[in-house]
Design a binder for this molecule. Structure first.
Ligand code: NCC
Length: 276
């Protein structure tokens, strides 16, 4: 495989990846009464375009970063899963425009997804590790976690909060971009929330700054900035092809290596701004 340049990779991503969400007209959902709880329009037609966006990884290296003000200066901020802002404002800011959550967070008792105030502001976007297939019926019958029952429950409790579900095709379109641009075979597991959220924001924003996805000089084995739990696999990956995702993002970065080293900051252009 020829090694593509950063601009070539960006154009490939723009060309071959589509951030789609489930709508009530899609089979098999169209046959189910609760399908009317799904947003009628695509997330990409409801939100944005935003001028500048921040994607805040949950990495431990955000601790003591002092990046909070910079993060909040963006027009839109995306955070992941159970990552809090309260008590960590100095390092991660306090604005949350979109929260991207995996189906494990929705289903596990410890996260109190239905009742915790962490999830009840901003726009929610959920995803589930779907089998290696874009077939919605196969996925519906075999989700990793009960994403759809939890979605219905949450919607009944918070009917006014915008809440989208990512089309699982996105996972495998991104996975294919990673695989096609790596020399070795990579594990057939979906990309991490970090990678999905970065591509999601590239389709909504003119410019995207991703924080501590590529670790800065503060790189640490501390898994999350909000928990006393140490595991290098959080940064390097185990289930998710995290190292390969990071390699791809490094190649697409339009900012300087210094920005990564001192601020853990990557700069990516939004798809709309790209001239391919
Ligand atoms: O840890 P997690 O991700 O919630 O982190 C969000 C995204 O930030 C990036 N990250 C995180 C920590 C770190 N040290 N370095 C990083 O680069 C990653 O891009 C990551 O995706 C997930 O992807 O959804 C994940 O979710 C957790 C867990 O389900 C949730 O935190 C809820 O508790 C997964 N952990 C486990 O299953 C035990 C994790 O593998 C991936």
């Amino acid at each position: 495989t020829p090694k593509l340049s950063g601009p070539e990779l960006l154009c490939q991503l723009k060309d071959k990846v589509e951030v789609a969400t489930l709508t009530p007209d899609l089979q098999p959902f169209s046959l189910l009464p609760w399908a009317t709880q799904l947003p009628p329009q695509q997330l990409t037609s409801d939100l944005g375009p935003y001028k500048s966006c921040a994607v805040v990884s949950s990495a431990g290296s955000l601790r003591y970063s002092g990046l909070g003000k910079e993060i909040d200066s963006h027009e839109a901020v995306l955070r992941f899963n159970a990552a809090p802002t309260t008590g960590y404002e100095k390092d991660v800011g306090s604005k949350t425009t979109i929260r991207l959550i995996n189906s494990q967070v929705m289903a596990s008792d410890d996260h109190r997804f239905l009742s915790s105030s962490l999830y009840s502001s901003g726009v929610l976007v959920a995803w589930d590790p779907a089998p290696f297939s874009a077939d919605l019926t196969k996925w519906f019958n075999r989700t990793d976690y009960p994403i759809f029952t939890q979605y219905q429950r949450y919607r009944r409790l918070h009917p006014l909060q915008p809440f989208y579900i990512l089309h699982p095709r996105l996972e495998w379109q991104i996975w294919q971009r990673i695989q096609d641009n790596m020399a070795e075979p990579i594990q057939k597991n979906p990309p991490s929330s970090g990678m999905l959220g970065t591509v999601l924001m590239m389709s909504l924003c003119e410019v995207v700054h991703v924080y501590e996805f590529l670790p800065s000089r503060r790189k640490t084995e501390l898994c999350h900035y909000y928990q006393r739990f140490y595991d290098a696999a959080c940064t390097l990956g185990a289930y998710h092809p995290l190292l390969y995702e990071k390699n791809l993002v490094k190649r697409m970065n339009q900012g300087s290596d210094r920005d990564i080293y001192t601020n853990g900051r990557v700069t990516l252009p939004g798809f709309r701004k790209l001239n391919c």
